[in-house]
Structures are given as C-alpha cells and as structure tokens.
Design a protein around this ligand. Sequence first.
Ligand code: 1GP
Length: 238
Amino acid sequence: MQNLFQHILQAKNDNRKLLAVLIDPEKVSIEKVSILSDKIKASPATHIFVGGSTFSGTHLDDLIALLKNEIQLPILIFPGHPSQISNEADGILFLSLLSGRNPEYLIEHHINSVEALEKSNLEIIPTGYLLIDGGKETAVQRVSQTQPIEQDNIELAYKTAKAGEFLGKKLIYLEAGSGANQHVPLEMIHYVSQNIRIPLIVGGGIRSIKTIRELYDAGADLVVIGTAFENDPNFFGI
Ligand code: 1GP
C-alpha cells in the first residue's frame, strides 16, 4: 500500500478530491459487512474510516479484516479510544482534540496507545482534530467533555488549525460531530483551507451530494460521510 499520507497530500496538490465512508463498528455487525462492502465498492469512496466515540465491542479486528478482504480501499482507524487500535487496518488518524482543553484527548490517550502502536504496522498520521458547533450536542462533545468552537468564530478555528500545523500535525480535521444538525460552515472551511498548507478533512452532518460538492468548492480536500450512508446505503445514487 502506498504511503497513505503522501497519497492524500498528492491528491491535494493535484486538486483531486477525496471521500471517506465512516463505519461505526457499534452499528455494523459482522453479518452486514458483505452487503456494505458491495455498496462501498460501487460508491465514489476513496477511503474507509473505522471508529466511533462510544464503541467498546470485540469484533473490530474481524470487521476490518472482512472489509479488507472485500475492498481495495485504504482503511484508516478513526479512534474514539485507544482500545480501537486494530492492526488489521492500514493506518490511524492519530487525533489530538485541539479545540478542547481536556488533557485526556490532547495527550493521555496517546500515551496509552504507544504499546499497541509500537507492535502494529499501522501508518500513524498526526491529525489536529477541531470540534465545531454542529447545532446540537454530539457524541464527541459528550464523550470528550469539551466545548466546540462556535460556528462564527472563524478566527479561532483558523488559529487552532494553524497552531496544529506548527506543532507538526499532517492533517487538520474540522468535525461538526456525527449526526450534527449543521455541517461545518463553508466560510470557515474556506478561510482555514486558504491559510494552512496541510490537507483539510471535513465531516459531520453532511446529508447530500450537493453539500459534498459545496464543501469541496469551499476548500475541503477530503469529506467524511457517516450517518447519511448508514441510513441509506444508496446515498451515493447506486
Ligand atoms: C465524521 O463524525 C463524522 O467526521 C461523521 O458524521 O455521521 O454526521 O456523517 P456523520
């Protein structure tokens, strides 16, 4: 597998937009993987993210191994907790919740992940993760017990993202939270993307193909779709 980060960076430089389908293991049983895989294969997805804020089950390795067996796309762990590290995946978004001030999500979970990561072959991609107000309390906010950045506080979003870049993060992820009422505002995406050099991921509350296009136009390099695909595997019109 090609270096995952280099591939994302190259796509940004070539202005090729990327799309990740987010699989929450809590909501997908092993039995459902095959049907889901067919839908993902027929979709425009370029990546699969696996993870969730509240998952603590035991079928993660099997789920990812099955997905890998059926789909050629790179699989990245999108961890809510160190227990969600699986060596079956190709890489991990090593998230630091930079918008919050909870040390657990800034460094503690990371320290607790070292042993598992050292034993794994995962490509580790340092990612600055910013929670933006999505119009309701989402699982990330509840679990991390942090305050999101307000929708109109573009300056704070920009400075937080830029500080992340200066700290050496390779990606910035603007997150409205799964099932958010409102996705990250286009003006915020535009401003942040114009002022950072690293690729920008946007997710949370995205419910239509039209919105995905608007997010790309605003400057998102990679868009993440979770709930909309979960609720309707024909979401991509397939
Ligand atoms: C990924 O958590 C999001 O950033 C997924 O959000 O479930 O609302 O698509 P949705």
